[in-house]
Design a protein. Structure first.
Length: 433
């Protein structure tokens, strides 16, 4: 591979950079204080116009990266990934720049002929310094939402209206113009085809600082129907019990049903025909494992409490990476925590489903619960396992219930606020034999 380090910028960019350095130095030394109010406003407008015009150069550079296939030669996977690493950009910013370059930058044909931009009006607005990066993203988003049935002429007309709006309105107001255009071309919202749904599909999970996640996305009709079919029966309210009605609202029940489904996928790793197994990889220090305090970290770099990490071991294939205080690896091992297929079949035959008193969830909806938890030294043996549905697996400890084995069968002990005598109870279905 040719040398890709030590290159030099063009004379034009070097001169521009030198001039920009001189300008930044002068304004940093208080030169602006000598200007009149009108001059300060003119300076601000001119600087913003220059910033917007530079997008044209950005498009050209990104187009050149694509044409030369530099992302592949540098083994970064994509031009957006190359920009992330080279310029230290966020994934969203890098993707936005690439999308804008493809839409507003010139292209070269196979014969070397320069082709006009896909969106010439938008490209001209950027070159004139009238359209900002924010405006551009709003316009691109609006045009992307136009159904595929909209004609080429109407698309060009929509582009013209949006760019015209961007020369006088803020991005949020341009977005409102875009919504009116979408409502005009598709007033009933029924023009979108399967191809449109496929093009707009997407789903992301954003890790929050506290270790929780924010989900965003748009599902195709097929994916949405399959997900609803899976979540709906699992998200029904639990029947009213001695503890009262199900305290969860509809959104919380859907969340818990989704968690149950994710658990099922993780547990599929024991099936030879299930494809690549889902695994949970946790990093923590040896001291954290001993004290049960502090924050562990997933392989995605997201934090979670040590207790939460060890709770995952109750059902997941947990790979535990132990380090010392300096980060040096002490040990790496996979816990054989999951009940075998034969053990699971034996649990189904013995328990018949969730063993929590009064619950009627079938085995297919259940998790294998360690009565004495693995974190506390509990073994993965039938004498220490029972089937529990996702809801009761999450809630029993919080509400004060405990479980123990009596005569080879699981029995649940209620909290004193339900039964002061704490008389052990069993699920009548589970004890039918």
């Amino acid at each position: 591979m040719e040398q890709l380090c030590g290159g030099a910028a063009t004379t034009g960019l070097a001169a521009l950079s030198h001039a920009a350095y001189g300008y930044v130095s002068s304004v940093g030394n208080g030169e602006l204080s000598q200007l009149s109010d009108a001059d300060v406003l003119a300076e601000l407008r001119e600087l913003e116009a220059l910033r917007r015009r530079l997008a044209v150069a950005d498009h050209a550079l990104i187009g050149e990266l694509d044409r030369r296939g530099l992302a592949g030669r540098l083994v970064t996977g994509s031009t957006a990934a190359l920009l992330q690493g080279l310029l230290r950009l966020s994934p969203g910013e890098a993707r936005g720049r690439v999308d804008a370059a493809h839409a507003c930058g010139t292209q070269l044909s196979l014969t070397g002929e320069v082709l006009p931009p896909q969106l010439p009006v938008l490209a001209a607005g950027q070159a004139d310094g009238q359209v900002s990066t924010e405006h551009t993203r709003v316009i691109l988003s609006t045009l992307d939402q136009l159904p595929s049935s909209v004609s080429y002429e109407d698309r060009r007309l929509a582009e013209k209206h949006l760019v015209g709006a961007a020369t006088t309105l803020r991005p949020r107001e341009v977005a409102a113009v875009g919504r009116r255009i979408l409502a005009h071309v598709d007033p009933d919202g029924c023009l979108a085809s399967d191809a449109d749904q496929h093009r707009h599909r997407g789903f992301t999970l954003h890790a929050e600082a506290d270790g929780s996640y924010t989900a965003r996305g748009r599902l195709t009709a097929t994916c949405g129907a399959l997900l609803l079919a899976s979540l709906t029966p699992r998200s029904a309210p639990q029947p009213t019990s001695e503890a009262g009605p199900d305290p969860r609202n509809h959104a919380q029940r859907l969340h818990d049903a989704l968690e149950d489904l994710a658990g099922i996928v993780v547990r599929r790793n024991e099936q030879p025909d299930s494809g690549a197994p889902a695994q949970v990889i946790i990093t923590m220090t040896a001291e954290q494992l001993t004290t049960r305090r502090g924050l562990a970290e997933t392989s995605f770099g997201h934090p979670l409490t040590v207790d939460a990490a060890l709770a995952l071991a109750d059902e997941a294939a947990l790979n535990l990476l132990l380090t010392d205080a300096t980060g040096a690896v002490l040990s790496l091992g996979r816990t054989r925590r999951i009940a075998t297929r034969s053990q699971t079949l034996a649990l189904i035959a013995r328990d018949g489903g969730c063993t929590f008193p009064g619950c009627d969830k079938p085995p297919e909806w259940c998790q294998r619960h360690h009565i004495v938890s693995w974190a506390e030294g509990g073994s993965t043996d039938l004498s220490n396992l029972t089937l529990v549905c996702g809801y009761h697996h999450r809630e029993f400890d919080r509400t004060g219930w405990t479980c123990r084995m009596t005569d080879g069968r699981p029995h649940w002990i209620p909290p004193t606020w339900i039964d002061p005598a704490r008389t052990p109870r069993s699920n009548q279905r589970a004890s039918r034999l």
